[in-house]
Design a binder for this molecule. Structure first.
Ligand code: GLU
Length: 480
């Protein structure tokens, strides 16, 4: 039986952006997948030991972002678990104990130097053109550690070779290993130390994290050895780059709060699909995945080594695909906040009728308002839309008037089911000798004054006979 225990371990330093959420998603997918055949556990651990960088409200923001995406954790800050607490600032005694073990084994020492002294060492190394290594300056008789000095790891420099589940075979020389700080003089442990302690205690089997940590990995390996704990599988996820592939994703390229996307009308399943395929594929051409498919198909060995590019157009396309795949009832529950204000008094039945008409055209839920407002409110005639339309601009005012008049007359005699309207419209084409591109566009504008609408017969049937005729009249009257 397989047992997979993964964790997402964010620092509460602000909102969650795509890169961070992707890491969480991959770790969660791995645990969910293991649940099918054995045990899978996903842990949310908050790494809040850098008090200077902490931003108030971040933990809630992180939790809400994960929840929005449909990611639930089995153990974590809010609901606890066997290794609680899951907030590192509440685990300081544990880190002290583990630090003491290292001191007792002769593998940690109090750092007696002032900032100035350290600076002088650095300058010396620079002048001698060699890399600065703290271990070249280990004090001969370090003071007894009383917590007022940083506690440093006494490393055992050696070359390492290891396998990263994504990056493959990696190796480094002994220069990559130095004496790093385990516990700072403010009493808080460093990330380098406490994440290893926690991963060991929590029995983490797979550590998934961003590429920015790859250069620190040799240090971690050295510490695993000193602590005599098993190494988890390490999986380094490549950076997410801006669309040009040249720089890391910044605010301008879409690195915004993931919850902003919710406000803009993106579906969580589309976002999960997008994030999962940001650097992963299942080996086929498939692009649209349900969450269940992602859980079944995800594998670390198909995560690409090279950076992924963040393509917001692709996200938009995927969102449209996922909107289309929803049942009407499901979609209806998702669009609650996106109706035009004028729909407030409309019945559920009529709103669903309108929604069914525009479902295929929506790329985001926020498109709903512009796509449907004319069903709920009187549009204002805007003849600019006719004169700026290449085909329609060729018509004279008299021709426009005659065509709309003709349409009104024919439609007033129609039964007004979608089929009957289509027959009327086809008949109109014959009477007027116009192309559908001209006649139908003109009628569409005259009843909606919207840039696009669903099929004309469906639109008219939904508006109803009375409203259709009245709008045609208003448009005729406004034509000067
Ligand atoms: N606290 C680290 C961060 O937010 C986590 C890195 C890790 O997953 O080990 O980047």
């Amino acid at each position: 039986m397989t047992s997979v225990r993964t964790r997402f371990a964010p620092s509460p330093t602000g909102f969650m952006h795509v890169g961070g959420v992707r890491t969480a998603l991959f770790a969660w997918l791995l645990a969910q997948q293991a649940k099918a055949t054995g045990e899978g556990t996903f842990i949310l651990r908050i790494e809040d030991t850098d008090k200077v960088r902490e931003v108030a409200g971040s933990i809630e923001q992180i939790e809400n972002s994960l929840k929005w995406l449909g990611i639930r954790w089995d153990e974590g800050v809010d609901q606890g678990g066997p290794d609680a607490p899951y907030k590192q600032s509440e685990r300081l005694d544990i880190y002290k104990e583990w630090a003491q073990k290292l001191i007792d084994a002769g593998r940690a020492y109090a750092d007696p130097y002032t900032q100035e002294e350290l600076e002088a060492f650095r300058e010396q190394a620079k002048a001698a053109k060699r890399p600065f290594l703290f271990r070249d300056h280990r004090p001969e008789n370090p003071p007894v550690w009383d917590g007022s000095q940083p506690l440093r790891f006494k490393s055992d420099p050696k070359p390492y070779q290891w396998t990263d589940a994504v990056m493959g075979e990696l190796s480094t020389g002994e220069d990559a290993i130095d004496d790093f700080i385990l516990i700072k003089s403010d009493g808080y442990p460093t990330y380098n130390f406490c994440h290893i302690v926690d991963d060991a205690i929590m029995g983490i089997t797979h550590v998934l994290r961003s590429q920015e940590f790859i250069s620190s990995t040799p240090k971690f390996l050295n510490l695993y050895d000193a602590l005599e704990v098993d190494r988890p599988t390490l999986a380094t996820l490549p950076f997410v780059m801006a669309i040009d592939g040249k720089k890391k994703l910044g605010k301008r390229d879409g690195a915004k709060d993931i919850l902003e996307y919710a406000k803009e009308g993106y579906l969580p399943e589309a976002m999960a699909n997008f994030l999962a395929t940001l650097g992963w594929n299942d080996g086929t051409e498939q692009e649209v995945f349900t969450m269940q498919e992602l859980i079944e198909k995800f594998s670390l060995d198909r995560v690409q080594k090279s950076p992924a590019r963040f393509d917001e157009q692709r996200l938009l396309w995927l969102n449209g695909q996922h909107i289309r795949a929803l049942s009407l009832d499901d979609l209806y529950t998702r669009v609650t906040d996106f109706w035009p204000a004028s729909a407030a008094g409309a019945s559920e039945e009529s709103k669903k009728q309108v929604l069914a008409l525009v479902q295929d055209r929506m790329k985001t839920l926020a498109d709903l308002s512009i796509l449907t407002s004319y069903f709920f409110e009187e549009p204002t005639p805007n003849w600019e839309m006719v004169s700026s339309n290449k085909q329609l601009a060729k018509l004279t005012n008299d021709e426009v008037h005659a065509l709309l008049e003709e349409a009104k007359n024919s439609l007033s005699a129609s039964d007004f089911t979608a089929e009957a309207i289509q027959a009327t419209l086809n008949n109109l084409l014959e009477i007027t000798g116009q192309k559908p591109g001209i006649l139908f566009s003109l009628i569409r504008l005259a009843v909606s004054w919207a840039p696009f609408s669903p099929a004309l017969n469906d639109t008219l049937a939904t508006l109803g006979k009375e409203v259709t005729l009245q709008r045609l009249q208003v448009s005729l009257d406004s034509l000067k």
